[in-house]
Ligand binder design. Structure first.
Ligand code: ADE
Ligand code: ZN
Ligand code: ZN
Length: 271
């Protein structure tokens, strides 16, 4: 996702943090970074990726996605051996940073701070369909038109469609986040929200959750995201955008809820 998508994920997660966990989160960020809150912390992993010469930039770039073998004619699927060699992909990254954040594993405070920053970002990215697609470099190589402008399919999903959706909420991230928070608590996602986070209570949560979440996201690609291949030249700001809105809402809601519930779980341990 772009900045708006990530910040919304962080804001929803912050809404679900238990008060004692919110305090632990604030204390984990060194030097009172990000105002001690998740929304701005979600942006850090993209900031360091963009900084030329940053030690993080080079090695962290592949951790934002997993290149699966999406073939709409056949099928979409996730295969760890094939798509995530040496755990150098978003699924491996979430597993590693979940482990590093857990205080029972003995990592120092600097490692745990960075683990939290990366987790807050990657748990957002893993709900963006094209971050779980290897077709045309996750859509970066797919030229499309959106509301009269040429762009690529990846950035349409990361940014343009989220910004257009946000305009329904006066381009106010807090308003959009509170709308999705209500839908999770008592609205259209209330009955399915437990299924979004059921892996977190497993003893194998660190490895099970990111794989479960990648498979969940990847399943959107063949039936919907890559249906653009069947209508070349069509402006995606019309019917495609309208059909994408409920998917965008749900994917961002999932990211926020999963991040909140995962942090409530990991950080409830006392060391
Ligand atoms: N580069 C290659 N594949 C990518 C993907 N799925 N998402 C973002 N960047 C990529
Ligand atoms: Zn992206
Ligand atoms: Zn990213």
């Amino acid at each position: 996702w772009g900045e708006e998508g990530h910040e919304t994920v962080g804001q929803i997660a912050q809404n679900f943090l238990q008060p004692d966990i919110a305090r632990k989160v604030a204390n984990l960020f060194q030097d009172k970074s990000f105002g001690g809150k998740l929304p701005l912390a979600t942006l850090w992993a993209d900031d360091v990726k963009k900084k030329k010469g940053s030690p993080f930039a080079f090695w962290s770039a592949p951790l934002h996605f997993i290149d699966t073998l999406d073939d709409p004619g056949k099928s979409c699927s996730v295969n760890m051996e094939r798509d995530c060699p040496d755990a150098r992909c978003i699924v491996g990254a979430i597993a590693n940073y979940t482990t590093q954040l857990d205080c029972t594993n003995g990592y120092d405070k600097f490692t745990r701070d960075f683990a939290l920053r990366f987790l807050a970002h990657f748990i957002g990215d893993i709900t963006q369909p094209l971050h779980v697609s290897g077709r045309e470099k996750g859509g970066n190589g797919e030229t499309v038109t959106f509301d009269g402008r040429r762009g690529n399919l990846h950035s349409i999903w990361d940014t343009q469609m989220v910004e257009k959706r946000l305009r329904d909420f006066g381009s106010d991230i807090v308003q959009y986040s509170n709308f999705l928070t209500k839908e999770i608590q008592s609205g259209k996602y209330a009955s399915e929200k437990d299924s979004w986070v059921s892996c977190i209570s497993s003893p194998k949560a660190a490895t099970l959750c990111p794989l479960t979440w990648a498979i969940d996201t990847n399943a959107i690609n063949c039936p919907f995201v890559w249906s653009v291949d069947k209508k070349p030249g069509v402006d995606l700001g019309g019917d495609y955008y309208q059909a994408a809105v409920p998917i965008i809402d749900k994917q961002i809601a999932k990211g926020g809820y999963r991040l909140g519930v995962l942090l409530n779980s990991i950080l409830s341990k006392n060391c």
